[in-house]
Design a protein around this ligand. Structure first.
Ligand code: MG
Ligand code: ZN
Length: 468
């Protein structure tokens, strides 16, 4: 009994892991025990139900085992509320991931006083690491922007493009060419600047199509692969764009050439967009593309042995449920086979519905094999087509009620999102945390000095503003 008491006392006096880690704070050389590289995935809008949907579909239709790649590395969950709303937006949540500081909805790399705050990417760069941002959206969109820019509102995409070049990551892959090109050349810039030329002058190899993307073999590398967002995965065969797995492979191939480690943020950015449109097939295939990109990253982590991989959504989108009421009565079950037969995202289907001379009944059958539309559904389709609003909502509900999938909003929800991690230090992520924890733990693991970088960027940005 006495021995047991002694053991218990000894156990209780083992310092908690935080205290042990104090020893390595400030240690930027030699004896650093953290990972050399950090890969952060942000599947935008990816909630728990979206994950279950993709797993059920994969098991029934892809015949590749019964689990998602991410299932093997689930370690916890994340609370996502912002400083001004229980329901966050992507800017506020990504800023928390990038800086460890919670802020207001719409904020890009700034605090609640609208002051710039240094990001883990900027701090990693100042520590001599290679850095990258990769996304399926415009590279100036809220999630990637929060790692490289400091503006009070996410809509300031022209300014974000300038900040991106100022932060100067070694690898940039995404869409949104128009924010880099002057309006005289078909872009969105009213200041006459051509930031693609400026990127070339900074030494970047610029890739504007698939073959240049494939050929990219050294850093710094800047790939803008679409004027706006990249295509949804389900429609990608209509383009020559790379998949998120291709983009991940390219980024890791380039960044790992650098000897002093790297930080990269890779966003599966369009899960959110499809969910906003209550577009099940668009969403499902982007979730599966994200999971395939995670396979690429996980293989890298296993081979490299010196990398921490984290994946965390910024919030859930769509308030999606698997199972719902149909005509006021609860229904047990949901039906992946309905989603499996949908051949496109809402975009091409709505385009066909609104094309001259097309019969909505035929179009729905062609794209979804749904051939039992009710009179009220046909009427609703015709009404929305005619009033110019497109048929997104009606189309979403036609598919969702047959799949017995519920959409409760066209926006975001406050539900916790799943946290995945693998590799060096991943055990430190176990549990349920606030979103600001992600930025803080990355900084700690990589020995980054976020306060110093915050000071630096504030004076650099102030000097720039004075110069203008
Ligand atoms: Mg995003
Ligand atoms: Zn969203």
């Amino acid at each position: 009994m006495r021995l047991l008491t002694l053991l218990l006392v000894a156990f209780l006096f083992v310092p908690p892991s935080n205290a042990l880690d104090k020893d390595r704070q400030g240690d930027t050389t030699g004896d650093h025990h953290g990972p050399r590289n950090v890969i952060l995935f942000v599947p935008d809008g990816f909630g728990p139900a979206q994950g279950t949907m993709a797993r059920d579909y994969k098991r029934d239709y892809l015949g590749e085992g019964s689990a998602l790649v991410i299932d093997g590395i689930e370690v916890g969950s994340i609370r996502t509320h912002s400083t001004d709303n229980r329901v966050t937006d992507s800017a506020s949540s990504a800023t928390a991931y990038a800086t460890g500081v919670k802020t207001y909805n719409g904020a890009i790399g700034v605090d609640t006083e609208r002051r710039p705050i240094g990001t883990v990417l900027q701090a990693a760069k100042r520590r001599g690491m290679a850095t990258g941002v990769v996304t399926t959206t415009r590279i100036t969109h809220a999630t990637p922007a929060s790692f490289v820019a400091h503006v009070p509102q996410r809509s300031m995409e022209n300014e974000i493009a300038e900040h991106l070049l100022w932060t100067r990551p070694d690898v940039v892959i995404g869409g949104g060419t128009r924010f880099f090109v002057p309006d005289s050349e078909g872009g969105s810039r009213t200041d006459g600047r051509n930031l693609i030329e400026e990127a070339r002058n900074l030494g970047y190899t610029v890739a504007l199509d698939r073959s240049d993307f494939n050929a990219g073999s050294s850093m710094p590398f800047f790939a803008l692969l679409a004027d706006d967002h990249l295509a949804f995965e389900v429609d990608r065969h209509l383009t020559d764009e790379p998949s998120l797995a291709d983009m991940t492979r390219k980024a890791l191939e380039l960044l790992s050439q650098h000897e002093d480690g790297f930080f990269v943020m890779i966003e599966a950015g369009r899960i959110d967009h499809a969910a906003h449109g209550n577009d099940i097939a668009g969403m499902l295939h982007d979730v599966l593309a994200f999971d395939e990109a995670m396979r690429v990253a996980l293989e890298f982590v296993e081979e490299d042995g010196n990398t921490l991989l984290i994946s965390v959504a910024d919030h859930e989108t769509g308030g999606m449920t698997l199972g719902r009421n149909i005509d006021g009565r609860s229904h047990y079950g949901w039906y992946p086979e309905v989603v499996a037969r949908v051949k496109a995202s809402h975009g091409p289907i709505v385009a066909a519905l609104t094309a001259e001379g097309r019969d909505p009944v035929e179009v729905i059958d062609e794209f979804t094999t749904i051939d039992d539309l009710s009179d009220s559904e046909i009427e609703a389709l015709r009404a929305t087509i005619n009033d110019g609003r497109g048929a997104n909502g009606v189309l979403g509900e036609i598919i969702a009620r047959r799949a017995v999938v519920g959409w409760t909003t066209g926006g975001h929800t406050a539900v916790d999102v799943r946290l995945h991690a693998a590799g060096v230090g991943s055990e430190r992520l176990v549990g349920n945390h606030d979103n600001s924890f992600i930025g803080q733990i990355i900084a700690e693991m990589l020995n980054l000095d976020l306060e110093a970088v915050t000071k630096d960027i504030r004076s650099e940005l102030a000097a720039q503003a004075l110069a203008e």
